[in-house]
Design a protein around this ligand. Structure first.
Ligand code: NAD
Ligand code: TYD
Length: 360
């Protein structure tokens, strides 16, 4: 360990995460998005003595309506800002001096990254470095990057990726997340920062923006619209309910050994066509709503991660079965059509046309 690290980071002092402390300030980036908003609610419910700062640019995917149930909570603060803008990041660190950073903010949709990669590099890479710089300056206790199983690239049937596997991203989104992960690694190796990475499989649940597969299936089925399935529908994903992802991040935030990566998965694997049929049957909708469309360029065939490190080290396990999670999610979208209507703005409609009609 270099003198620079010893002097500037006071590592022994920082090694407090083994015992969850009474009161902490948690800076959540991207807290107005799908997983971030579920995590903000989870932390406020679980740690009533913690204060949560939600720092979000409110892109098309960020929506403060996701957080109406906590907006009057005295322990919750929203601050609008862009992680790619140094001044915004400086302001949030100076104003709140957080103990923890849980970093969700990202451009998160693969199809959009294929249409326009630039913003993915700006937010996912430059934004991550900005946060790491100020996290170092403010000597924060733990920084967790919420990454993805997509960094491993496609995995053959019968195998699951483990944390030591090489990163092999195949689309601009996955490449930008892999780059962010390297910056996290450097923050630990060079500067001794206390960082973790979580690599989760595909999430589903309430408040997911309707550009992703499961909410597309549910919402198009509700409206009687066609459900676009890419290629032959045999591409396979592993799914986890967003609540279980939140409990996994909680474990890693408080107990994760600095510098370590943790895979997160519930082992509910399904190919896209089986998933679409399963949901349509649960909703009593006709299977002929499914429409095969042009395949996604560079479409990874299968993702699968092995989460035994997380299970063995912390006794973490998922609590929501795929059946129950899907049926709760269907019910939530059926009962929140006003939420859907409020976010289907011109931007989304234009994107939908470009991706599904003009582009194919
Ligand atoms: P999302 O697109 O629903 O939300 C992203 C949030 O980040 C939005 O609130 C948006 O306004 C905010 N944001 C975007 N750019 C920003 C910027 N420059 N500055 C500040 N805020 C900005 O995404 P999600 O599905 O909730 O994913 C959250 C994180 O989890 C991402 O980092 C993603 O890579 C990762 N992840 C997602 C999944 C999944 O299945 N959705 C799986 C594994 C990992
Ligand atoms: P998606 O929800 O975009 O997540 P990711 O690309 O991060 O895995 O897509 C999940 C799978 O569903 C992926 O194999 C692509 C496929 N897909 C469709 O078949 N049709 C669609 O309209 C979308 C959005 C995705």
């Amino acid at each position: 360990m270099s003198e620079y690290v010893e002097e500037n980071y006071e590592l022994s002092e920082m090694n407090k995460a083994e015992e969850p402390a009474k009161s902490k300030i948690v800076l959540v980036t991207g807290g107005a998005g799908f997983i971030g908003s579920n995590f903000v609610r989870y932390i406020l419910d679980t740690y009533t003595e913690y204060k949560v700062i939600n720092f979000d640019k409110l892109t098309y995917a960020g929506n403060l309506n996701n957080l109406t149930s906590v907006e009057d909570n005295a322990n919750y603060v929203f601050m609008k800002g862009d992680i790619a803008n140094k001044k915004d990041v400086k302001n949030v660190f100076e104003e709140f001096n957080p103990d923890f950073v849980v970093h969700f903010a990202a451009e998160s949709h693969v199809d959009r990254s294929i249409i326009n990669p630039d913003i993915f590099l700006q937010t996912n890479i430059i934004g991550t470095q900005n946060l790491l710089n100020f996290a170092r300056e403010h000597k924060i206790e733990k920084f967790v990057l919420v990454s993805t199983d997509e960094v491993y690239g496609s995995v053959e049937n019968g195998r699951s990726s483990v944390e030591e596997d090489r990163m092999d991203p195949n689309n601009p989104y996955a490449a930008s997340k892999a780059a962010a992960e390297f910056l996290i690694r450097v923050a630990h190796q060079t500067y001794g920062q206390r960082v973790n990475v979580v690599r989760s499989c595909n999430n589903y649940g309430k408040y997911q923006f309707p550009e992703k597969l499961i909410p597309i299936i549910i919402n198009n089925a509700i409206k009687g619209n066609k459900i676009p399935i890419y290629g032959d529908g045999k591409n396979t994903r592993s799914w986890i309910n967003v609540f279980d992802h939140c409990t996994a991040i909680d474990k890693v935030l408080h107990l994760g050994r600095a510098g370590e990566i943790y895979n997160v998965a519930a082992d509910d694997e399904c190919c896209n066509i089986d998933l679409a049929e399963k949901i349509l049957k649960m909703m009593n909708k006709p299977l002929d709503l499914i429409e095969y469309v042009f395949d996604r360029p560079g479409h990874d065939f299968r993702y699968s991660v092995e989460a035994s490190k997380l299970r063995n080290e912390f006794g973490w396990k998922p609590s929501v079965s795929f059946e129950d999670g899907l049926s709760e999610t269907i019910e939530w979208y059926e009962n929140h059509q006003d939420w859907i209507e409020s976010i289907l703005s011109g931007d989304y409609v234009n994107y939908y046309l470009e991706n599904y009609e003009n582009g194919k």
